[in-house]
Design a protein. Structure first.
Length: 432
């Protein structure tokens, strides 16, 4: 059954069909059966002759009383009228002169000649049948039952749809409860109209579960990162309380200062990552000339810009985007490349397709092995590059990845032509 067919539509259709049925039955009960004109006039000739014979034997002053008695035997009006008071077509007057019944122009009155000046009027004949007479015929009831079949069918379909919808809702409620505990649970078999909703709910449940897992991992990672500087600080404070040597106390105080700064940096990075958990609602899109903007980003790198080279094709390449998010992305990509590059970092930008641009950040460092190219975008993941100990907190590329998603872009890592890593950023030229 189509999902667009509602139970109330079935009820309305049934009520409309019922109304039409009863109207047609009423017309059947109040309409005479059509017969040919010639046959009808012959049919009326008998009653007309009999009434005329009844009246001819009576004096003129008694005819009206006799008409009143005869009128009770007819189901339609019967009266004596003057021919001069009746408008009839010429052919009808000719038939009356030849002692034949005739009809008026509307064919609802029949006249039978009584004498040269008077005629017996029968009618109006149409619309005068009584319903109680038709109710005595079985064919009437058979017709009524057949006409009511669509109404019964529509009511049955409506009740069946309503019962199925109730079962579907019960199944859906049970499925929601199961998805809340097991997002990958097998979806129940339901109608096609429910399938998109079930898949969407399952995806949301999976996303919520994945988000909870990420938050748990981040919390564990933050706890782990805090443990080391806090232990060092506790140890330094213990030594500081016991040491009387000025040089030792000075060295311990500097160590504490470094640990405090490390904790502050960790907290700032963690807060920045937490703020990026939800899509920002206040993005400010503006035209950004790529060449000028990248030169500005290079100038903010505190002397490292001497190791950078820039290639733009074409020179007037431009996109419309949020400058703050773009700064967050490119700053982290450049910082990561400078950290691991030996001598050179090259930035290039060009059209990726008619609707996107691609920005490559290449370095000549140790690169990233294929199995780690997805992991480096996960929060608090730090990989050793070329035997070096990992630095930082593993949030820079995770922040860049998330900001890229808010801009409807893509971020990936491959092998660089310089021998190290190539980070490729694909962004739409216009907001999507």
């Amino acid at each position: 059954m189509s999902s667009k067919f509602k139970p109330w539509m079935a009820l309305v259709a049934g009520a409309g069909w019922a109304g039409l049925t009863f109207y047609l039955l009423w017309l059947c009960a109040n309409t005479a059966v059509y017969v040919g004109e010639y046959s009808f006039l012959r049919l009326m000739a008998g009653p007309g002759y009999l009434v005329a014979e009844q009246l001819k034997t009576l004096p003129a002053d008694q005819r009206e009383a006799r008409m009143q008695t005869l009128r009770e035997r007819f189901q339609y009006p019967v009266a004596l009228i003057k021919l001069k008071d009746v408008e009839m077509p010429p052919e009808a007057l000719i038939m009356l002169k030849h002692q034949q019944p005739a009809q008026n122009s509307d064919e609802d009155m029949t006249y039978f000649p009584f004498d040269d000046e008077t005629a017996i009027q029968f009618g109006p004949l149409w619309g005068t049948a009584e319903v109680k007479d038709l109710l005595t015929f079985p064919v009437y009831w058979v017709t009524a039952c057949i006409a009511a079949l669509p109404l019964v069918l529509l009511l049955w379909i409506s009740l069946r749809i309503r019962r199925q919808r109730s079962l579907d809702l019960d199944t859906l409620n049970g499925c929601l409860g199961e998805l809340a505990h097991t997002p990958n649970a097998l979806l129940p078999a339901m109608g096609k109209e429910w399938t998109p909703l079930l898949h969407t709910l399952q995806q949301h449940a999976q996303h919520i579960t994945a988000m909870g897992e990420r938050h748990r991992e981040v919390s564990q990672a933050v706890s782990h990162e805090l443990r080391t500087p806090l232990a060092r600080m506790r140890f330094a404070l213990t030594l500081l309380g016991k040491s009387e040597d000025a040089a030792t106390r000075n060295r311990l105080e500097k160590r504490l200062q470094i640990d405090v700064e490390e904790l502050e940096a960790l907290v700032r990075a963690s807060l920045a990552f937490a703020r990026m958990a939800g899509a920002p609602s206040d993005l400010h899109y503006e035209p950004i000339p790529i060449r000028d903007w990248l030169h500005q980003e290079f100038a903010l790198l505190d002397g490292h810009h001497r190791r950078l080279s820039l290639e733009i094709e074409p020179l007037h390449l431009e996109l419309i985007g949020d400058r703050a998010l773009l700064h967050l992305i490119v700053r982290n990509l450049l910082s990561n490349a400078i950290t691991y590059a030996r001598d050179q970092v090259r930035v290039s930008a060009a059209y990726h397709d008619p609707h996107h641009l691609v920005l490559h950040v290449d370095d000549d460092g140790p690169g990233v092995v294929a199995e780690n190219r997805e992991k480096i975008f996960e929060p608090f993941v730090r990989l050793a590059m070329g035997g070096d100990e990992p630095g930082g907190y593993g949030l820079g590329l995770a922040l860049a990845k998330r900001a890229t998603q808010w801009l409807r872009g893509e971020l990936s890592v491959t092998r660089s032509p310089l021998g190290g890593a190539r980070v490729s950023l694909v962004l739409p030229l216009r907001p999507q």
